[in-house]
Design a protein around this ligand. Sequence first.
Ligand SMILES: N[C@@H](CCC(=O)N[C@@H](CS)C(=O)NCC(=O)O)C(=O)O
Length: 201
Amino acid sequence: MKLYYTPGACSLASHIVAVEAGLPLHLSKVDLKEHKCEDGSDFNAVNPKGYIPALVLDNGETLTEGVAIMQYLADQSPASGLAPAVGTMARYRLQEWLTFISSEVHKGFGPLWNPTIPEEVKQGARDRLARRFTWLDQELAARTYLMGDTFTAADSYLFTVVNWCGFHNVDLAPYANLRAYMDRVRGRAKVQQAMKEEGLV
Ligand SMILES: N[C@@H](CCC(=O)N[C@@H](CS)C(=O)NCC(=O)O)C(=O)O
């Protein structure tokens, strides 16, 4: 399988899931400004939607959308516990987390990445993220990971997007539980491995 990624972007979440699942993975770095792959080829030919992550399977099929990619990768290694079995209530809980992270946190950062957006609109985005982080901080008060004691795909996703706070002047100081959680996830050997493979540490 080949994962198209950009260092530290949302594709890191899929990368972490693959490493945690012990799956062999080829990586292809994408320049998102130029929409070019490492070998100079056009990334739009891989994903016509123009964004990472994209996963090319061994049979040549391409899967896009991080939430689908993460679940696909996790399901290749059921014993990893990265995704509970399909059809169980726990699986719907995982999907609940992945949807929350995608629409409320990942896309909540959207205006902050855009240099043409006025500062007051960016501040609105920061305020909205602060409300989500306040709730997350309460949720994490008595839990090691989002789903309990087991690290899941939801954790790799939340870690990846909350990690962007440093780029955007989003202060995590008020959220002690969320900060402790970020340190816990960052400290995992497989998370470090994925970050090293992307040149982030
Ligand atoms: N709906 C997609 C969105 C992925 C996404 O936001 N990717 C960003 C990087 S984190 C990107 O490639 N942006 C470049 C672009 O949209 O042209 C998903 O959830 O996988």
